[in-house]
Design a protein around this ligand. Structure first.
Ligand code: IMP
Length: 190
């Protein structure tokens, strides 16, 4: 089966590739000749994922899934949430985002946060969604070099290291995207 993962983020393709069964051939946007910006103009994580998957199905005809992820911080009433990528501005820079979040939480006692990933699947004209959540806390400074995005400042519950200090296998097994992908894979296998 061919299935498009509507992303150009090579980190994500690498993560998902490790979890998808071999008989499912994963195609990237580049593989299907999609070089345009896929619209994600909605104001919830779920609606953005649905919008992206529906767009690829409609314009390119492939069965497809799209994900959207946000980091929801309790003391900031769920922000940056759907705006996580551009929290510190349209340059979408991870370093800037991390610095802004550390600054916003300076002197805050409550550092609880969660990553939320929603995957929207368009399969033979049916739509399905799968949600993965990983709870943890925001550290007071950055630790680790692995991963991407907010990984250096997110320490998942039950672990003493940040996502950026973890091996990818461990992050996949406890992480938000891994959980959502597992739900997707179980569905595809059933
Ligand atoms: P997207 O919806 O996957 O593009 O993610 C939105 C924002 O959340 C981006 O700034 C990403 O860097 C960040 N993000 C998504 N997934 C992760 C993750 O697994 N770790 C750290 N940051 C992430």
């Amino acid at each position: 089966m061919q299935l498009v993962f509507a992303t150009n983020n090579l980190n994500k393709i690498k993560e998902v590739q490790a979890l998808i069964p071999e008989h499912i051939k994963l195609l990237s946007l580049k593989d299907i000749g999609c070089f345009e910006d896929v619209p994600e103009t909605q104001n919830t994580i779920e609606a953005n994922a649905k919008q992206k998957a529906a767009y690829i199905k409609k314009h390119y005809g492939y069965n497809c899934f799209a994900d959207d992820t946000g980091l929801e911080v309790e003391a900031l009433q769920g922000k940056p949430g759907v705006y996580s990528a551009r929290y510190a501005g349209e340059q979408r820079n991870a370093e800037d985002n991390n610095n802004k979040l550390l600054e916003a939480l300076k002197n805050k006692q409550n550092r609880q946060a969660q990553f939320k990933t929603v995957i929207a699947l368009e399969l033979d004209n049916q739509q399905h969604t799968f949600t993965g959540i990983c709870k943890g806390e925001i550290t007071t400074s950055k630790y680790g070099e692995k991963g991407f995005g907010y990984d250096p400042i997110f320490k998942p519950h039950g672990h003493d290291i940040t996502f950026a200090e973890m091996e990818l296998n461990l992050k996949n097994s406890i992480g938000h995207r891994g959980k959502a992908i597992n739900l997707l894979v179980n569905f595809l296998n059933s």
